[in-house]
Design a protein around this ligand. Sequence first.
Ligand SMILES: *Cc1c(COP(=O)(O)O)cnc(C)c1O
Length: 399
Amino acid sequence: MVSPARERLLADLSDELQAIDDQGLLRRLTSLEAIDGPRVRIDGRDVVNWCSNDFLGLSLHPALAQAAARAAVEWGIGARASRLLAGTTAWHLRLEESLASWFGAEAALVYPSGYLANLGTLGALLASQDAVFIDRLAHASLFDAARASRATLRVFHHNDTAHLAALLSRASKARRQVVVTEGVFSMEGDCAPLEELLDVAQTHQALVYVDDAHGAFVLGKTGRGTPEAAGVSHERLIYMGTLGKAVGCQGGFVVGPRLLIDFLHNRARTFIYTTALAVPIAAAAVEALRLLKGEPQRRERLRQLTERLHERLAPLQPVSRVRALPSHIVPFVVGEARQALELAQALWERGIWAPAIRPPTVPEGTARLRLNVTALHTEAQIDALAGALRSQVHCKRCS
Ligand SMILES: *Cc1c(COP(=O)(O)O)cnc(C)c1O
């Protein structure tokens, strides 16, 4: 028995997919067949991976695997329940204590992912009587969270504190005003001007919420992220990060005053109505933080490699990009989606995997390659990448 409604749905979806493909925007999964540090095997071919978020190279660390394996034997894999029921184990609490201590905060709350951390935290803090001000280039999860909260949504130009000030100074009857930004922007690699954002926000009694998915554990002298790099105390903000990037595990978190965390236990729906983070992951994340404390050289190594890539690419960047704090996220903006795909393909043929990032992930006309440097890359790999980009850009110019 076929269902006509289902047949009709499939026909509609097929048309939509075709339209996406016609614009050069179709996305497909790439499956990794093997991994060896920054090298991965895809379709039987070994390539250097430039799209990993394993910034400090911890995901493959044997100590994390051992910590996870031990916890799996003692506690099982799944957490069996949500955090408020039987899902909180000693490992979850240890992880939250480690995070609070890392960032010098009173308390922390771990969610199963960073996406859920944004949805749950902003959802708990904002309602229809509030206003949220969000950077135009902020991550999709922040926009989803802001929209789902039903607070009045205002979008300010990227890192433009004057525009933010103008939006905030319009008379507001909002109960609460929250400014939302990333620490290091996922697609631009630049940092939010936190000091100025905080000044503007404080003038208007607004809170600042920072999603530091890319900056946490990486930036700052002690790895406390973008606020530390900018000389801003965490106590002035609400701070969120992920365990899926620099920590090499999985999960999202918020750190802050105990009162905030107690409130989130009661009001963050993506914390309350979901199964707790898998226990082996929580144990591995505790181990990752312990390791990182003793190995600040991982951050330093990443910083050196990042600097090298920036130096090698400086003469090639099609758009001049001035940055106060160049980061390990290095965009190479190309323009149209098709051109970005062609460039990615040319690199692929040279054993370099740097996929094209296209709209709607980035604004129309700014399709790019995004190069993520990690502490596991080598100088030779950086030079090979820069060399390949140079030859492609030059051969475009002479043809
Ligand atoms: C990756 C990312 C997230 C989502 O974190 P996950 O743990 O992968 O769900 C949220 N915000 C930003 C800015 C990110 O880059």
